[in-house]
Design a binder for this molecule. Sequence first.
Ligand code: ATP
Length: 358
Amino acid sequence: MRLAVDGLSHRYGDELAVDDVSFGIEAGELVALVGPSGCGKTTVVQSVAGHVRPTAGRIALRGEDVTGVPPEDRGISVVFQRSTLYPHMTVGENVAYGIAARGIDPARRDQLVDDHLKLVSLREQREARPAELSGGQRRRAELARALAPSPDVLLLDEPLSALDRTLRIRLREEIARIQRETGVTTLFVTHDQEDAMALADRLVVMNGGRIAGSGRPRELYESPPGPFVASFLGRSNTFSGAISGGAPLRIRAGEQEIELPSVEADVPDGTTVTCHVHPEDLSIRDPDVETALPSIAGRVSRVADVGRRYDVTVSVGDGAELVAEHASSPPAVDDAVAVAFAADRLHLFDRDEGRRVT
Ligand code: ATP
């Protein structure tokens, strides 16, 4: 394990901002720490960097406890959301600054600066000042400065959030390429689930100071461990129901009884559940045509044309609405429809305990 965060907790006065957080990153891995604003990501990353002394817990690098080690001696580089390039220095001087203190001879230092500017495609801008660079170029200069000292771990704290969407996606691809080429162990911190899913080998999802789930992006998306991960990682539809039969499993949602063949739940009858399903896992059917798929009856309340597909909103009773993605020829508002889904695409969580029951 290159980086291990073990039982980390932090209080600001009375507020427990981080509550018993543990996770690890293997050498060469890119892990995204992702969660909504205020969930404690910055506090975790600042503890790893050494700028916050956690109330409890331990940070280890290459198996060695560094919890009390000053930031500059940890072998960690950080790229922050806001630019920290020195405005009076050229790009080359900024990159050299990161390695200046390491007693490297000038010729070698010059070579390292050149190599890292090449890595981030900024060789031509070596003599430019930060103010002469575009937003994306500035981010790349910062990456070069952070990577030049060959850190054990690179921390990227919301590096894309100040950029517009097109630039953000382009830079996200750049970061993926640079991380692959250098193999640097990386912790990428973001509130943006799309950036996290697109970039990371593994996600650590935080909510309210705690870890809500961790795993490979696709696994977490397709099999979320709890309702928070289900709704945070995708546009999740929710409705509530109660388990009303064991085999085959049936759930009661409002007036409707939905049978889920081949799904088993380890909870007793009558358990109240929250049901989550992603819009792409729902299909709109003619209610008069029999389908083998489990389905819910409803009435179309809205049809939104979002370009390459339609988002069809269906009221299914008890104030619940489901949004289904639809490829072409959408139904009209007020049409009676059936909303069908594959049984294994419906995620059921015990409403009170929040744990997955299927
Ligand atoms: P954001 O993306 O908005 O920065 P975050 O997920 O990084 O959010 P933190 O910044 O770690 O979360 O904040 C976690 C909680 O701790 C929040 O409720 C925040 O108000 C509180 N907090 C953070 N820093 C301080 C501080 N220096 N003093 C007091 N409370 C703080």
